[in-house]
Design a protein around this ligand. Sequence first.
Ligand code: PLP
Length: 413
Amino acid sequence: MSEQKKLGFTTRILHQDRQRTIEHGAPHKPVHTSVTFGYADARDLAAVFQGRQSGFRYGRQGNPTVTALEEKLTQMEAGRGSICFATGMAAIGALFQGLLRAGDHLVSSRYLFGNTNSLWQTCSEQGIDLDLVDATDVAFIAAALRPNTRMVFVETIANPRTQVADLARIGQLCRERGILLVVDSTMTTPYLFQARSVGAGLVLHSLTKSIAGHGNVLGGVLSDTGLFDWSGYPHIAAHFRALPSTQQGLAQIRAKALRDFGASLAPDAAHQIAIGAETLALRMERACSNALALAHMLEADTRVAAVHYPGLASHPQHALATELFQQFGALLSFELSPEIDCFDYLNRLQLAINATHLGDNRTLVIPVAHTIFFEMGAARRQEMGISDSLIRVSVGIEDRDDLLADFAQALNR
Ligand code: PLP
């Protein structure tokens, strides 16, 4: 295992745990269910609490099974460290809880997952100045920056309209201006895209999606790439200032967000996510190739008015996506021609399931304007490019011909 850097993505996921002593030679880390951890010498307990000695204190702040997953995820992102949360939204919420204060300015892509959009509205009501901008062109981000801008937040490929952020140039801009760039890479996963390559300081994933992959567990993670200099970040608590600069961000988030708000990942969930992660690359290969085939088929059909998928030459950011990502992801959205009712169409699908969620082994479909993006209202949907007939498809790993046949037969009737 000393040749670690030369190993491939999946080899590293499979064998990373074995770098540490493993109990009984078991290839899987055990699930530690204890919420507390005892010490023979009370001085050790005090040293752990004061951060002078490594060790576990209480399950809300850390657990050996969760730590093993955090180490796996850190390695997947080639980062410095990671913190897991109960859900992806808890990881996004931790940015607000741990790093933003009233009077700060947040610049975010306006192409966002609906609940992130909702959270940013809450932040704005609680004193954060918020600018939502078109992140497909760095010029819009640059124009929005102010002296009090603390954070720039973007999704790699936006859910659900698949706009691709101008990641490399946004990373460069943030680096030059000393601003923290946070990238939600849920759609791309560490297999398709390494956020560190564009200079992001923090990268986040909803682990619920492709990383766990089987639609049976919730989780989220924030990983620090080690590229951001936290020594100049204003809100780090005084006692974390003594740490090396690269550790200050996660120390702050672990205490002020995870510990104080308590959205901790359960050890059973961490174990399931670690198992799912082992096959991430295999599942992504299959799902991305299915998505590309389905996008081509739908685009060629005159009964389909528009298809949004970064792998299509017609996608406005196709060239950008080709430069940035290993493949184009497993999510696409499309609009039927006006004479076809989108609900009738969805009801004719036999394999694809009418359901929310994405990054599942099974193909899932949803009429977004009427469901997950309903609450935000028509005006905001229009800004995000979401029409009433938009159907989001989270493409699974079914056999390709079966999948294409299902979407074709639903058009034919
Ligand atoms: N980020 C993106 C891009 C998402 O699509 C989602 C959920 O769909 C989340 C974050 C939130 O993740 P979770 O459902 O695990 O809270």
